[in-house]
Write a protein that binds this ligand. Structure first.
Ligand SMILES: [Zn+2]
Length: 194
């Protein structure tokens, strides 16, 4: 994967941000040698051999090196990340539109900007499980895990809505389910459209 260097693309050294030809050389499965950066002479990307948790901690600690690893050496390699992020964005917009339409017209929530802002905040906070979905674009997991994470997001959205709006649980579940279904259908539709 590291030799997929094209014009203006390709891996970078996480230390200095300079371009490198390749991040590692693989001799046999599981037996790799990390390459050094020509510019700063340090190992170009030591995160390649790191556990996911270590990278996550460095991301939380705002370490530039970890962000370079994710943005240049992980996300830019291989699959069309633009499409993944684009799909997620469209899906999330549909989700929010359906959620607000459901609240306004099915649950008859009066239009009050502060209240809707609270709903938006609650939904964002309760969707933190999606962080795991984001990491799944980088580290591959079986699709059943994605489904389980979606279910977690759905149930935590319901709890958050119930706390903010004090509507019955079934009502919150109905609206959230509708919004999630619309989002999933949109994503499936986008994926099937060439
Ligand atoms: Zn360097």
């Amino acid at each position: 994967m590291a030799d997929a260097q094209e014009e203006g693309e390709g891996p970078r050294c996480v230390g200095c941000g300079g371009r490198v030809k390749t991040l590692f050389v693989q001799y046999s499965p599981g037996n790799i040698r990390l390459m050094k950066c020509d510019n700063c002479k340090a190992v170009a990307d030591p995160y390649i051999e790191c556990e996911f948790m270590i990278i996550l901690i460095d991301l939380i600690l705002h370490k530039t090196r970890a962000y370079r690893h994710i943005l240049f050496n992980k996300l830019s390699i291989g699959s069309s990340v633009d499409k993944v992020i684009g799909d997620a964005l469209v899906g999330n917009i549909i989700f929010m539109i359906m959620l607000f339409l459901g609240l306004r017209f099915i649950l008859k929530l009066s239009f009050d900007i502060t209240r809707y802002r609270e709903v938006l905040f609650a939904v964002i906070i309760s969707s933190y499980f999606k962080l795991f979905l984001f990491t799944m674009m980088v580290w591959e997991f079986p699709s059943s895990v994605i489904f389980i994470v979606e279910m977690f997001v759905l149930s935590s959205n319901v709890v958050a809505l119930r706390v903010v709006l004090q509507f019955p649980k079934a009502h919150c579940f109905g609206v959230c389910l509708m919004a999630h279904a619309a989002k999933c259908l949109t994503e499936i539709w986008i994926l099937r459209t060439p």
